[in-house]
Design a protein around this ligand. Structure first.
Ligand code: PEP
Ligand code: MG
Length: 828
């Protein structure tokens, strides 16, 4: 037994950790200890020690004391957000220090003004240590006895700390680190376990239930992250969370379009202002300045009880209102709801209310502190989330003080080009989009939620244009060319005439594409090509039908299995598939069996750790290893999707035996639900093995559909989620095209049809080559249906075949792409 009496490392008011308004410390997630509200700006060594770490933002220091006892001294709360401003480190990691040696100096006044609180937790982080407070609720001076720390036996300092506590360090593979979406998913996943989870990186700690705190760790691509859990299912929780993160959290697919949006930056010249394209398109219209409504917020409250009630009511009302959002707005509202639920915001606001502030001011202070924390990470993606915080701040203030809002949006003329400092998602959603031609903002970023909303609504948007845009007179005719990343704020007649002409042409083309989208798709020579849509929800299905989708070529059923505590049951699945079938009318619906694993991990299903999950137990391998789940899914599909509409497709197949095994399961399911008519059972060609064995596979499959995303990743040995290989991953690479050609031959040899449902099907430049190779069905993203149909209609099969032959002879994707424009232009 080692027992140590520790002196105070700084002078101030000592109190129990129970008083600390931060769950990480208050709930002793990191360990037991005491808190001191300092009255001097100097932390000294409370005993002889080795410095283990000084936080990069200099606000905390960790020491190893006699007997291996580890101690964290964390100056203030949320002080990581100050980014080191006001702090000076007087020691470095690895140094030996004597008792009384100065460790950290800080500017008491400056930190007190900007931090949530100065209260300084002093935490014994060693496993097995018990702590007895020798003082509480009184002023103490440096070195006065503070804590008695006892440790039985040997201190354990490595990863397996106790029966009910587990840690694991991983390298984060996510291209954009732990930004808002993965942070929200980690919070959701953390809640599914009977364990208290914390995440540690860069010397900082975040509670597993705080999305903001996780974001504020500033974890970037390839950073080390330690996952720590205690509680009955600690080990399982750590493994599940590590697997989730290591699996990529389905990030690459989502982030692709927004990252690609940030391609152009133009410098100002003459009457031109440059910016960054956030949503594509061309707009000509009248400048309308938009200034956010200002809401009067009283500083002091009418009493903590009244203000707390008002805050809780406003939070509940706002949460309920956000739940009613639909379409793309629903995803963003969901992210806002996750933020509203975050203890980093709500607890901080409540503690300001407890100190006498009004609910509104408390909320402003809480959001400002989190915004500063995000700003301090220096990570552009996290900094863009500050707009979401400001949005939440405004929305909650509007709930609290509905009558005091002034400066509402002016009445919009036709073709308004909105000029604003920034535009929050809720402000965007309040606009009458029938009158909005475009949006230009002084600030903002191309990955903001407003940018995603604008792109989804087809509203061109330019961001980061600079303050000069605020000088453009109201009512001035402007040209916003988002594709060229420029705003002409005073166009001459020639520029205007040319823009009007271009605008008219592109609108005509789009209008024609949409108008003709409902007709079946035939090439110029009459060859029938089916244009289907890839779906993940009922909303997708509705959009697909509106846009002329002739059916669904890939229903990704993973949407039902992600972000929840347990697998959906048969009835729930049946209802979900049935709703999508109904939204499609009588159009065919190809339901893909569950394709989890690889880049789509599911926290509640126990995947063993795999060093290379893309080559592991994913897709059909997982389904065959879990026949219980497969049987439920097949029964649900058979019950939910009417006979003539229903087709089933199997992912990640390598050889015919896998399809035969699913076929046997399908026969079992048919017997169980009493269905006689066996739906077509098809296979995804997304492994090189499947392409090479296509004749044998086609012999037992009803149809083949190329999953070009995976086929390309496996053929080119390029991880589809790895930004380092992103520049190489192109499905028009001749090696991939040769595999597709083999698949086409295999399909033809057994009179089966071949489709493509990977991302390349949505690329108009690829349509001619794919058709030339023998593809007769393209399943594309719902919004791309009109343009793909229009592109296909301009093509002749003989030209496409010639093109395909030339493409197969190329030596690189670049050479293939160089062939394409000629054919497309000739056809146009
Ligand atoms: C593919 O791999 O191309 C495909 C369509 O499947 P997913 O993208 O869902 O893996
Ligand atoms: Mg795939």
């Amino acid at each position: 037994m080692t027992t140590l009496v520790l002196g105070a490392p700084l002078s101030g008011w000592a109190s129990s950790l129970d008083e600390v308004p931060d769950p990480v410390f208050g709930e002793r997630m990191m360990g037991d200890g005491i808190a001191i509200e300092p009255i001097e700006g100097l932390v000294r060594a409370p005993a002889a020690a080795t410095v283990i770490a000084v936080a990069p933002t200099l606000h905390s220091v960790t020491l190893r004391l006699e007997g291996g006892i580890e101690l964290l001294i964390h100056v203030g709360l949320e002080t990581v957000g100050l980014g080191g401003d006001g702090f000076t480190a007087l020691v470095a990691a690895g140094e030996r220090v004597d008792a009384g040696a100065p460790l950290l100096a800080f500017d008491l006044d400056s930190v007190a003004r900007r931090a949530v609180s100065l209260v300084t937790p002093i935490i014994v982080t060693s496993e097995g240590a018990t702590v007895r407070l020798l003082v509480r609720d009184r002023l103490i001076g440096f070195g006065e006895p503070l804590l008695e720390i006892s440790v039985a036996g040997q201190i354990v300092t490595d990863t397996a700390r106790a029966d009910d506590e587990t840690t694991r360090s991983i390298v984060v593979p996510l291209a954009h680190g732990l930004h808002a979406r993965p942070a929200a998913r980690l919070v959701a996943a953390s809640r599914m376990h009977d364990a208290t989870l914390t995440f540690e990186a860069h010397g900082r700690t975040a509670a597993g239930r705080s999305m903001v705190a996780i974001m504020a760790l500033g974890v970037r691509h390839l950073d080390e992250l330690t996952i720590r859990a205690s509680g009955t299912s600690a080990a399982a929780a750590v493994e599940a969370i590590a697997t989730l993160i290591l699996g990529g959290m389905a990030e690459a697919e989502h982030s692709e379009p927004v990252v690609q949006a940030a391609v152009l930056v133009v410098a100002p010249q003459g009457t031109i202002l440059g910016g960054v394209r956030a949503a594509p398109g061309l707009a000509i219209g009248s400048a309308v300045h938009f200034a956010a409504a200002s809401i009067e917020v009283p500083a002091d409250g009418a009493g903590p009880v009244q203000e707390r009630t008002a805050l809780e009511l406003a939070l509940a009302t706002l949460t309920a209102r956000l739940a009613t959002a639909s379409g793309v707005g629903a995803e963003i509202a969901e992210a806002h709801r996750a933020m509203l639920d975050d203890p980093a915001l709500v607890d901080a606001a409540q503690s300001h209310v407890a100190q006498g502030r009004s609910a509104g001011r408390a909320w402003q202070l809480a959001t400002a502190a989190v915004a500063e924390t995000l700003q301090a990470t220096g990570d552009a993606r996290l900094i863009e989330r500050i707009a979401d915080l400001r949005d939440l701040e405004q929305q909650l203030l509007s709930e609290l003080y509905p009558a005091s809002a002034t400066g509402a949006l002016p009445a919009l003329p036709e073709n308004a080009v909105i000029l604003a400092d920034d535009l929050l998602p809720s402000q965007f959603m309040a606009l009458d989009l029938r009158r909005v031609a475009g949006i230009v903002t002084v600030n903002g970023g191309p990955t903001s939620h407003t940018a995603i909303l604008a792109a989804a609504a087809g509203v061109p948007m330019l961001v980061a244009v600079g303050a000069a845009v605020l000088d453009v007179p109201d009512g001035r005719t402007v040209i916003l060319d988002a594709d060229a990343a420029r705003l002409d704020f005073d166009p001459d007649p020639a520029a205007l005439a040319s823009a009007v002409d271009r605008h008219a042409r592109s609108r005509r083309r789009h209008a024609v594409d949409v108008e003709t989208a409902q007709a079946d798709c035939r090439m110029a020579d009459g060859t029938r090509i089916e244009v289907f849509a890839n779906l993940s929800s009922v909303e997708d299905a509705r959009l697909a039908v509106t846009n002329g989708g002739e059916g669904c070529g890939l229903l990704r059923t993973e949407f039902l299995f992600l972000d929840r505590a347990e697998a959906p049951g048969e009835d729930e699945q049946c209802r979900a598939y049935g709703a999508i079938a109904a939204a499609l009318g009588d159009r065919p619906l190809i339901v893909r069996t569950l394709d989890i694993g690889g880049d789509k991990p599911v926290a509640y299903l126990p995947f063993p750790h795999e060093d290379n999950p893309a080559l592991g137990a994913r897709g059909v391998r997982f389904s065959l290893a879990r026949p219980d789940l497969l049987d439920v899914q097949l029964r649900a599909i058979l019950r939910g999707v009417p006979g003539d509409q229903c087709r089933i497709m199997v992912p990640m197949v390598v050889e015919p035996a896998e399809l035969l095994a699913v076929g046997a399961a399908l026969d079992r399911a048919m017997l169980a639900v009493g269905r006689q008519d066996r739906p077509q059972l098809g296979v995804m060609i997304e492994t090189p093995a499947a392409a090479l064995l296509a004749p044998a596979i086609a012999a037992v499959a009803d149809f083949l559909s190329v999953g070009s995303n995976d086929l390309t990743q496996y053929a080119l040995a390029c991880d589809r989620g790895n930004p380092a290989t992103a520049g190489r991953i192109d499905a028009l690479h001749p090696a991939v095209l040769r595999l597709i050609a083999l698949a086409a031959e295999g399909a033809t040899s057994h009179a089966r049809w071949l489709g493509v449902c990977g991302g390349v099907a949505s690329d108009p430049a690829a349509a001619a080559i794919l058709i030339g190779l023998g593809v007769t069905e393209l399943s594309v993203t719902p919004s791309a249906v009109p343009a793909i149909k229009a592109a296909v209609r301009r093509l002749h099969l003989t030209d496409c075949r010639d093109l395909a032959v030339r493409a197969l002879a190329c030596a690189s994707a670049a050479e293939v792409r160089a062939l394409v424009p000629a054919v497309i232009e000739e056809a146009a």
